[in-house]
Design a protein around this ligand. Structure first.
Ligand SMILES: [Zn+2]
Length: 445
């Protein structure tokens, strides 16, 4: 195993950002030498990245890879290359929109087989709770899924039906400490589409804040009853923050994420027909966005993850610009570090904040904090080296995802990923992939 030192004037550690050298051996950080003094071990090769930031590799716990079954939407090879290019070293795959969805042990094995040998970063899996698979949950958990996702409103694909509040209650009562992730929109508050189908305002009216607010009140209530840890996926409505804040203050095991698109874009700026912005819950108004940022600052929101959920361009109906018919899902894998940093740095946040929201918190949430999410002796050398001052323009033709359609196309973003390390091996640098698919399948427990 090769040993080397990685040195920078800006290493992001839990203690703060400053000069340090990381001694890396056998895929792990074996020593952190803080300060400017160059390390004594003269026979160890040194990689000095100067002022570039060295941060833990991002842990993205919300990715729809869609393989097997909908590999034409995305796939393990394309998704994990995009991840590596964006400084993401660990991703957790959602139980839909693959076919089969990850709702049984058999389906889980199919998925692991589809991923094995084809992944450029580490990949783990969430299971799914659908109406009739309650008996599969504990065996699936024992087989290695990290927890379960459920929808309260229709998911968009027929093989992954939503569940009632009663089914959710029953499942939570059985799950114990196994985490339940909820797509929280309350169906009675969703409205049929009205008006001009090319206008994003119609989508916003069909999925109002009230739907999220009500669903989150109900999920928190179930958490209080059962004490099973719950996680609010892709929070968009700032009006639900109060409920989450109160649940946390009460000591309930509630966590919540938001996504770069809710933090970067604003509904007022979405052009007619720009269906690449369609997602559920929708991107909301500027005023709402600023409250999400405040909640991240206060710790009410724990983390920023992508919710990368691409589809083939035909399903986005970009030609007709029909928001009513377009697939709801945003393609962003590989762009999240730059998108979040562009928006965060303009609001006075630091790479240390970004590291908490995109590395440490999601690693802890997934139960991976023993090896991932922070820079410290004993952790895996999963690292991203990036330049926070440099800018670049998103050229869809140069993205590594299967399809180029993304709302970030043509945007100038701050923060350039220079290199990505997976377990001490440089897997990506300066636009090139440097290793074969060496990512590992992660199992919980
Ligand atoms: Zn999702």
């Amino acid at each position: 195993m090769s040993e080397f030192l990685l040195r920078s004037r800006r290493v992001v550690r839990p203690e703060g950002v400053g000069p340090a050298a990381l001694r890396i051996l056998g895929g792990r950080i074996v020593e952190v030498i803080a300060g400017n003094a160059s390390a004594a071990a003269a026979d160890v090769p040194v990689t000095d990245v100067g002022d570039s930031v060295v941060m833990p590799g991002l842990v993205d716990t919300h990715v729809h890879v869609n393989e097997p079954g909908r590999a034409e939407w995305e796939g393990f090879a394309t998704a994990t290359r995009a991840a590596a290019a964006g400084g993401v070293t660990t991703l957790l795959d959602m139980p839909l929109n693959s076919r089969p969805p990850t709702t049984s042990r058999e389906a889980f094995h199919t998925k692991v087989e589809a991923a094995a040998g084809r992944i450029f970063v580490d990949v783990g899996f969430w299971g799914g709770l659908v109406g009739d698979n309650g008996g599969e949950l504990l065996p699936l958990s024992a087989a290695g899924v990290f927890g379960f996702k459920a929808f309260l409103s229709p998911s968009g694909v027929p093989e992954f039906p939503e569940v009632s509040e009663e089914v959710l209650r029953g499942a939570m009562a059985n799950l114990g400490n196994i985490r339940l992730l909820v797509h929280a929109e309350w169906p009675p508050h969703l409205r049929p589409w009205q008006g001009e189908p090319r206008r994003h305002a119609g989508h916003l009216a069909a999925r109002p804040r009230a739907a999220e607010n009500e669903a989150i009140v109900r999920v928190v209530r179930l958490c209080r009853e059962t004490r099973t840890p719950v996680h609010i996926l892709h929070l968009s409505s700032a009006e639900a923050l109060e409920t989450i804040a109160r649940a946390k203050a009460e000591g309930l095991p509630v966590t919540a994420e938001t996504c770069p698109h809710y933090l970067f874009f604003a509904a007022e700026e979405i052009a007619d027909g720009a269906t690449e912005f369609k997602c559920a819950p929708p991107i909301r108004e500027r005023e709402n966005r600023e409250r999400l940022w405040a909640a991240l600052g206060e710790g009410v929101l724990d983390m920023i993850v992508s919710d990368h959920s691409p589809s083939p361009p035909e399903l986005k109906h970009r030609e007709s610009g029909d928001f009513a018919r377009a697939w709801g899902g945003i393609s962003s894998l590989g762009l999240t570090l730059s998108a979040a940093w562009t928006a965060a740095s303009g609001r006075g946040f630091t790479p240390g904040d970004l590291s908490r929201w995109m590395c440490a918190a999601p690693a802890k949430f997934a139960g991976l904090a023993h090896g991932k999410g922070t820079i410290a002796a004993g952790k895996y050398a999963d690292l991203v080296v990036w330049n926070p001052e440099a800018s670049w323009t998103v050229d869809p033709a140069r993205l590594h995802t299967r399809h180029p359609l993304t709302p970030y196309a043509g945007r100038e973003l701050k923060g350039v990923v220079e290199a990505t390390y997976l377990k001490g091996e440089k897997i990506y640098a300066g636009g090139e992939f440097l290793s074969r698919a060496r990512g590992e399948i992660l199992l919980s427990g």
